[in-house]
Design a protein around this ligand. Sequence first.
Ligand SMILES: C[S@@+](CC[C@H](N)C(=O)[O-])C[C@H]1O[C@@H](n2cnc3c(N)ncnc32)[C@H](O)[C@@H]1O
Length: 263
Amino acid sequence: MSSGPIPPSPELAADFPVETQTSDADKAFLLDMRRLFRDLAPAYDYLEIGSYLGGSLAPFLSDPGCRAILSVDERGATLPDERGALFDYAGVTTGSMLDRLHRAGLATTKLATHDGPIDTLPADDRRFDLAFIDGEHTDQACFRDFLWALPLMKPTSAIMFHDSSLIHKAIRLIALVLRQSDRPFRLLKKADSEMSAVFLGDLAARDLDGYFEAGETIADFYAASELHVLTANIRNRVRAGPGEERLVAFTVEPPRAEKAYLD
Ligand SMILES: C[S@@+](CC[C@H](N)C(=O)[O-])C[C@H]1O[C@@H](n2cnc3c(N)ncnc32)[C@H](O)[C@@H]1O
């Protein structure tokens, strides 16, 4: 989740030399995905929406198998978030990102950047094998990022999502859009992490057991996410009265059936 810097465990540090807002389990998923795409083709192209200081794109920058990277980031914004809080990224620029990457000893010749949301990206014929959506964590923004990223993806490709519990409704809508379009896809949510991904085209039917552990049950993921988002909103926005402190103890009950009409 968007929070302070999370230093990687020692075994992940070499692949993540720049600060990233991902946990170790999230990082492991990024590396599993990198291994898959390295094995699939001699070269692959990576799209990232929401790069912050470049920490999550660093393992792709250092991978000789990754041919090109496009980082799309609406820099300098204060972001709304499904938790009912605002997250301020003002002051972090593309220059800050490039500086951090260079200081970590990473060449950036294969990295292109776009400062703005993906729906302002000029049309071109670039197509990507792998994408990571980690920009504004609202359902609406994530759904938009997916809608604009999808036409940029190759037929056999994958799109990853971070902070999946926050944008779980966007993921539900994405699954509906893909189902309605008759496009083969598979949705995977990594257990004990905030990472999920949709695998498209041939990857939907491919045996990926050598790359990923069995994921969380999707129904359990949706139920836990709904509770998480509701609880975060109560903590962040609900007070017993004006000027009161946050609620420290409360219970969230399952929805109760109400009669929807008068007899
Ligand atoms: C959670 S951070 C990304 C973290 C990064 N992937 C990492 O692991 O370190 C969110 C980023 O999204 C960017 N952002 C804000 N609005 C955006 C938008 N509409 N499209 C793309 N990126 C956006 C912010 O500037 C910030 O850099």
